[in-house]
Write a protein that binds this ligand. Structure first.
Ligand code: NAD
Ligand code: MG
Length: 392
């Protein structure tokens, strides 16, 4: 019996994780569930899974929540704030890291530092602090398993990767696939006026709003490129992005002999979640069989960095190294929030991020405090630039 903490249990990945866990009660016991402030949804999950702990990040709603939990007659103990997240991240055997954005960094690292089996959905933590994060994995002996469907696919197409990287394994390159998002066929002009709801209507995947906007701008693919460099110990030049609108192939690995291995499946995150939960075994996920005859065709095209400059910005950040990708991530999070709050046009997201990347000088962070400083400074600057931009 493995005890599982689901960080971000009320989100899209969190709900899919609970769906898979609920299919295997003999293997997994839910130890802790956490949410930012979605108390009603968390209460339903507590009723169903009766975990030892439930954590609300927002302390102002935690006291009332404890009363609601006690009224259920459930013995779940309610914790609050980041301290609560850190405690339940370190206390389980297995941790699903599915908080969105920079807020996921410290809880995910707490699980890593405690040497747990860590299922990584929170790509932003690797983007922000890749070097320190991977050093912590090495030090603690934590087992890191990628949940992002592309990275999970690549992981499935590779033998174990050591710090010496991909070359000794005979890998020529990684083909990182992406659907191209809801605006794949829109012209630059049409991109000016798109709304948050249009950006969040992804053709193949149902996801949280922040990652949906990232998919629409293709920043998601950029963040994934950085994520892949850290996970698989390779340079950005070893990774080629391929647009594949059907999202049936989830990524590929090409070897020096010309072999290309791909992982395919229906676009449903329960597949990578079940894969990582049970690894190296396999368990059922509830995902239906892939019907290749009905699918009939698989298309591929090159990404268009003119219409989607975020991909180029992320590649530049990956090549610059050091704090560059933390700055990129911070500027993106602030710009995406402004877009979702209708304070910024969609097409301005890459302009703002590009502007910030030019203004900030990068350095090699030697501690998490330095990463947090780079993040905070970039956020302040991005807010200022957006305020100026929207006054124009
Ligand atoms: P989501 O917005 O649906 O859910 C986010 C979860 O994090 C919620 O439970 C929310 O309560 C919690 N949360 C939000 N802000 C928080 C804060 N400040 N402190 C603590 N908790 C907070 O997001 P999602 O789509 O499930 O994505 C989660 C992560 O997984 C992201 O990093 C995303 O990039 C990654 N991911 C998601 C998908 C997908 O299909 N949804 C695929 C690949 C990777
Ligand atoms: Mg992905």
């Amino acid at each position: 019996m493995q005890r599982v903490t689901v960080l971000g249990s009320t989100g899209s990945i969190g709900v899919s994780t609970l769906d898979v866990l609920g299919r295997h009660p003999e293997k997994y016991e839910v130890y802790a569930l956490t949410a930012n402030r979605s108390a009603a949804q968390l209460l339903d999950q507590v009723r169903q899974f009766q975990p030892q702990f439930a954590v609300l990040r927002d302390e102002s709603v935690a006291v009332e929540f404890q009363q609601q939990v006690s009224a259920l007659g459930v013995r779940t103990q309610v914790l609050a704030g980041e301290a609560g997240l850190l405690e339940v991240a370190a206390g389980a055997d297995l941790v699903m890291a599915a908080i969105v954005g920079a807020a996921g960094l410290m809880p995910t690292l707490a699980a890593v530092e405690a040497g747990r089996k860590v299922l990584l959905a929170n790509k932003e933590s690797l983007v922000m602090a890749g070097r320190l994060f991977m050093e912590a994995v090495d030090r603690s002996g934590a087992q890191l398993l990628p949940i992002d469907s592309e990275h999970n696919a690549i992981f499935q197409c590779l033998p174990p990767v050591a710090a010496s990287g991909l070359a000794p394994l005979g890998v020529r390159r990684i083909l990182l696939t992406g659907s191209g998002g809801p605006f794949r066929t829109r012209s630059r002009d049409e991109l000016q006026s798109v709304t948050p709801d249009e950006a969040c209507a992804h053709p193949n995947w149902s996801m949280g709003r922040k990652i949906s906007v990232d998919s629409a701008s293709m920043m998601n693919k950029g963040l994934e490129l950085i994520e892949a460099c850290w996970l698989f110990h390779c340079a950005p030049s070893a990774i080629e992005v391929v647009v594949h609108p059907q999202s049936v192939i989830h990524s590929m690995v090409e070897y020096v002999d010309g072999s290309v291995l791909a992982q395919l499946g229906n676009p449903d995150m329960r597949t990578p979640i079940a894969h990582a939960l049970a690894w190296p075994q396999r368990i059922a996920s509830g995902v239906s069989s892939l019907d290749l005859i009905a699918q009939a065709r698989l298309d591929f095209e090159a990404p268009d960095e003119q219409r989607f400059p975020c991909l180029r910005l992320a590649r530049e950040a990956a090549e610059a190294g050091g704090s560059a990708s933390a700055v990129l991530n911070a500027a993106n999070e602030v710009a995406v929030s402004a877009f979702l709050e209708k304070r910024l046009a969609f097409a301005a997201i890459p302009d703002i991020i590009g502007d910030i990347m030019e203004r900030v000088s990068f350095f090699e962070p030697h501690s998490l405090d330095e990463v947090q400083d780079a993040d905070a400074q970039a956020r302040r600057l991005t807010e200022e630039v957006i305020a100026r931009h929207t006054r124009q």
